[in-house]
Design a protein around this ligand. Sequence first.
Ligand SMILES: Cc1cc2nc3c(=O)[nH]c(=O)nc-3n(C[C@H](O)[C@H](O)[C@H](O)COP(=O)(O)OP(=O)(O)OC[C@H]3O[C@@H](n4cnc5c(N)ncnc54)[C@H](O)[C@@H]3O)c2cc1C
Length: 365
Amino acid sequence: MLQTVIIGAGVMGLSIARQLNHKGRHIHIIDRSTPRMNASYAAGGMLGAQNEFFEDTPLYRLAMASRAMMPETAEQLRKETHMDIELQTYGLIKVATCAAHMPDVEKQFAFLSSQDHAIYQLTPAQLRQRFPNCDTETCAAFKIHDDGQINANLYTQALLQSVAKRPHIDLHLHTEVMHITQTDDHYHIATSRGVFYADQLIIAAGAWSGTLLKQLDIELPTQPVKGDVKLIESDYTGLKETIFNMNGCYIVPKKPNRFLIGATSELDNWSTHNNPTNIRWLDQESLHMIPALRQHRVIKTWTGIRPITPDGIPIMGAIRPNLYVSTGHYRNGILLSPIVGQLMAQLIDGNSNAKKQLLPFSPIK
Ligand SMILES: Cc1cc2nc3c(=O)[nH]c(=O)nc-3n(C[C@H](O)[C@H](O)[C@H](O)COP(=O)(O)OP(=O)(O)OC[C@H]3O[C@@H](n4cnc5c(N)ncnc54)[C@H](O)[C@@H]3O)c2cc1C
């Protein structure tokens, strides 16, 4: 029986495991389960397939295809685990609240509206109504209808439950990978709970993927981008869409009457502690956009570490025979996970079409 080991039980590792063919294969998923050192539980959950892009690229196309897969993924997870991942489809408003960001809004609107006629600019009256603090001379916004959102934390938990139910998958949580070696075409994975043997090894360890691959003398640069996040509760009922400011601050309405406010972006910062200055910035920017949220109760704050590559493009594919990687999804790992899970699993199972689709993201450039 083929032994496949996946390092990382974030949305990438779990989505791949769910889709892998299980005939003649046993899958082990290993994760150290350290709080705040797993981006998937920390994410805003936006399915920003259009929000995140300014031009037509292979990644934009994957993102659009993956967003379209999320309703079915949510339904499958509900059937398998009885968990509701809180898919909401009220759209997203992209806004510039200062003159410096207006050209970016115009550029992105020009691209997106050339692809999708359901994207429209807010009129000055709509801007004043939605963003009462904004001067319409120095503000601009457009609405994306189809960028929905989910509860990323529940989604990751549901994926975990889904794989835990499968007889051909063993989950090894609270297990840290210490060292990996290769002998012939097999891998030995030394962990805090013993040694695993793999015919196939998949590295889906988020921002830590590069460090693990170094042990096999493979240089694959992945960097951390730390984010601070805050969750509040408010009686305000006037906001259903996600609001995303060009300066990076966003407000994602969550159930019930909660608002997730994110997120700072600090490259090369591995800290898992909230920085009070960053939290103040989130407060200031979110209340500038939606002053009606001033009366609120803080539920909690947290941090997460996103994996990024030097050119911002994820790395997905085979590095050597029977060694695969999927990382570097930066701000879009939740959105991309349904299609990445499918394509990576197909690639590992030898599907040439998946190999072709993943070619722009190959670790071997
Ligand atoms: C603040 C924030 C907001 C975000 N918002 C969004 C959003 O709105 N929409 C969106 O699409 N994406 C968003 N993202 C990005 C998204 O969360 C990530 O791209 C995605 O979760 C990455 O998934 P992953 O499985 O690659 O990594 P992770 O979730 O980090 O999982 C990697 C796993 O590897 C394990 N691991 C690492 N090293 C070892 C080791 N040595 N031994 C054992 N286990 C190990 C870790 O424990 C971890 O569980 C956000 C991220 C952050 C931090």
